[in-house]
Design a protein around this ligand. Structure first.
Ligand SMILES: C[S@@+](CC[C@H](N)C(=O)[O-])C[C@H]1O[C@@H](n2cnc3c(N)ncnc32)[C@H](O)[C@@H]1O
Length: 259
């Protein structure tokens, strides 16, 4: 039987691409092979974290959101969601969810809430919506708005795993005034390079399904998109001029409000 160390895992490959230390040889080999297929795979994670910081800060500071449900959290990478949200209001409450056993063992670093707020970790798969919501209910007040955060996780779901249905089911449990944030890898800019990258990841046991702008926008059906809509993440409320191109980052991002 394969142990978690014999097989590459998305959270650890991503950690390696971010320059982290919480990964094994098999993860580093998978990442390096992926980088040979598409060197831009190294720029996307860092910019994805920057988009997370901008979006969470906007939700806390401009939209007044105080509760966050972050699914597919990843290995702790400072600043984590709670550090950004509690930088605006130390009373913010965050529930982290991931299905990777290594993320679970590192979860203590996510449970470092400011005393006025709260953080919790739920070991669950996104596809087990009932379990995710039970964990959210234990720690958040679901009668008040919640920001559902899905950063760089939905590409692990093929259409036949019904990611649109899972997102809709999660949103149905949240009240009006809640938000959805999505970032999603795309092959729109460089289809061939990303097709090679996806093929490498598939061979390593990490199938991924890249989506077009229209397909990413579909996750926001029924929501009011916040300006500037679903855009390459470099264009989502940038705080400084971009030194990279949208093709180098290859992620769409958006924020939508439940009416
Ligand atoms: C690419 S990382 C993104 C981490 C973080 N959200 C970010 O954007 O920086 C994807 C994370 O999603 C988690 N993940 C993948 N499939 C999942 C699933 N079905 N349920 C829960 N977590 C999942 C992985 O374990 C990994 O930690």
């Amino acid at each position: 039987m394969l142990t978690p160390v014999d097989r590459a895992h998305p959270a650890r490959v991503y950690d390696y691409l971010l320059g982290g230390k919480d990964n094994f040889a098999v993860d580093r080999a998978a990442a390096e092979e992926g980088l040979k297929a598409n060197p831009n795979a190294a720029t996307a994670p860092l910019q994805n974290r920057a988009f997370m910081r901008r979006a969470v800060r906007w939700l806390a500071a401009d939209a007044g959101i105080r509760q966050f449900l972050d699914i597919g959290t990843g290995l702790p990478t400072s600043p984590n969601v709670h550090e950004v949200a509690q930088g605006v209001d130390p009373a913010a409450r965050i529930v982290y969810v991931d299905n990777d056993p290594l993320v679970l063992t590192h979860a203590r670093a996510l449970l470092t809430s400011a005393p006025a707020g709260h953080t919790a970790y739920v070991d669950s798969d996104l596809s087990d919506v009932d379990r995710v919501l039970a964990g959210a209910r234990d720690n958040l007040d679901l009668s008040r708005p919640v920001a559902l955060l899905l950063f760089a996780i939905l590409h692990f779901f093929e259409d036949d795993a019904d990611p649109y249905g899972l997102v809709a089911k999660l949103l149905a449990a949240l009240p009006s005034g809640s938000y959805l944030v999505v970032s999603h890898v795309t092959a729109d800019h460089e289809p061939q390079k990303w097709a090679r990258f996806v093929e490498v990841m598939r061979r390593q046991g990490m199938p991924s399904h890249l989506r077009s702008r229209a397909e990413v926008t579909r996750f926001f059906d029924g929501l009011d998109l916040v300006d500037p809509g679903v855009v390459p993440i470099l264009q989502w409320r940038p705080t400084e001029p971009a030194e990279l191109t949208d093709a180098q980052v290859a992620l769409y991002g958006g924020v939508g409000r439940k009416p």
